[in-house]
Design a protein around this ligand. Sequence first.
Ligand code: FHN
Length: 428
Amino acid sequence: MNRSIVEQRTERTQWFLHDRFGMFIHWGLYAIPARDEWVRSQEKMTLEDYQVYFDEFNPDLYDPRAWARIAKQAGMKYAVMTAKHHDGFCLFDSQLTDYKSTNTQAKRDLVREFLDAFRAEGLKVGLYYSLLDWRHPDYPAYGDLHHPMRDNPEFERDPATFDRYLDYMHGQVRELLTDYGMLDIMWFDFSYEHLQGKAWRANELMEMIRSLQPQIIVDNRLEASGSIGGSIYSNDPSFYSGDFASPEQIIPPRGVVNEAGESIPWEACITLNNHWSYSSSDQVYKTARMIIRKLVECVSKNGNLLLNVGPNARGEIPDKSKAILEEIGSWIRRNSDSVYGCGEAGIEKPEWGRYTKRGDKLYAHLFEENVGAINLLGLAGRIKKARLLADGSEVLIGHPWNTALYSNDAFLSLSRPEHYTFPLPDEI
Ligand code: FHN
């Protein structure tokens, strides 16, 4: 076990494990076609076909301070925005390419404005950076947008050409870590079986990252998902294995542990509808209640939730997303004690919901609508007192519950994940 890597990871991720809830932002030229951030690949657009979006891009309503207030009000403590996605378009003023937001009609460094605005609202900030680049002439997919590594495992990268791409990629990461102040998260995306780790010159990249911004935490996508040897899941993680695991669109059944069964930092990234970027047709949004339960589930398994929004081409977060985030915020304002700084309770999951725990306080999250008398799983007699977080009212423990709690109405009101605070006696 490489204790120093694990010990440094533990130290770096303290704030991350406390904050639990962040905003993911997928934004770029693909907001104009408004179908999917993979639209260029999916519809096999040529560089010329896609150029029209660069020529048009001018998010006149972009107000990152308003975005930051939306995130803060929703109870989010950090935010990660795309600095460059697979299409190669840079939302920052890179000196290594002309394919950037400062060269569009907007003439704005969208990343710098994002970072300034979210820091001003007190949120921690991170940048998503795609390791793939469909526009760069030295990247294997240049021209053919399919997965060259997957479709053609025999694909032989021309070392000289690919190294030129890696110099570009490393150079842009250096720009982001040098010219934009202190960042809290570097969110790389993503590796293939044939294109991971050494193929990215990952050790060299991580050396640079750790020397420029030693406090920054990095996700685990410099390695292919599911890889074990030397990965963040192994007992001997590599130098580039990252600081947190990044399950996508799922919450792992038992959270994320390494080979030794030790909990490791992890963050589930999940969309509000079914698209990462703005989709004018996808109106199938998860409800606030569903998201709250996903957040509680992540925390109950020692994980974080990174909830995604896809702003439109004019720079606005969709109204539906805003409404859901507002409802989540009103819940969190009353129940934040059961989320921030909390983690798994070490008690068997009750059939009516989930537990989270912080220090000697146990939080019961009631999800079921029609539960019988809530038997606190034999905890009665071992719990000194209970309070409903939402209104501070006393919950009688060990006595016949006051009748109000037996009626469905009470449970209905309780079934929104309300909480009890159980100061736990020592023996638990
Ligand atoms: O291909 C990307 C996708 O567009 C999106 O950015 C997600 C978010 O984590 N990551 C990749 C798919 O795994």
